[in-house]
Design a protein around this ligand. Structure first.
Ligand code: FES
Length: 147
């Protein structure tokens, strides 16, 4: 998935009720990571979680990882330096692509919502999102794509 397509998918904020500045701020905070597939893993640099735009280095709460080989992006939440959670952005109701809004993932099709661990917060979906095992390997986060 190219960057333009990716941004289109991940940054379509519901325009109703959101001002232009809020929209831009929200989109600016989204970090896209073009992952590399190696074997059965998707590798993303841990550096992509680092936000150096402020005077003090901060860490992003999540990064959206994509690759042309994947049908959907993977949203990776960072809870601390050793705790990451990778979620398939495919809705478990009827398979639409989810949109990420900070600490929740929303389905534009019928309104299902999921939390940062992929648990259903609002139906009609009734199953959690697919999660991927992750492990840190040097400067990379390895996301296992095996079933
Ligand atoms: S496909 Fe996501 S709520 Fe229906």
């Amino acid at each position: 998935m190219d960057r333009r397509k990716f941004l289109h998918h991940s940054c379509i904020c519901g325009l109703a009720g959101i001002s232009a500045s809020e929209l831009l701020q929200g989109c600016a905070a989204v970090k896209y990571s073009a992952g590399t597939i190696k074997g059965s893993d998707l590798l993303i640099p841990l550096e992509d979680f680092v936000d150096r735009t402020a005077k003090v280095v901060q860490y992003r709460k999540y990064v959206i990882a994509g690759n042309d080989m994947l049908k959907f992006p993977i949203c990776v939440y960072r809870f601390n330096e050793n705790d990451f959670h990778a979620l398939w952005t495919k809705c478990t109701h009827q398979g639409n692509e989810l949109q990420v809004f900070g600490e929740k993932l929303e389905c534009p099709a019928h309104g299902s919502e999921f939390d940062t661990r992929g648990l259903v917060q609002e139906g009609p979906a009734d199953k959690p999102l697919r999660s991927f095992p992750v492990r840190i390997d040097g400067e990379y986060l390895k996301i296992s794509l095996e079933k």
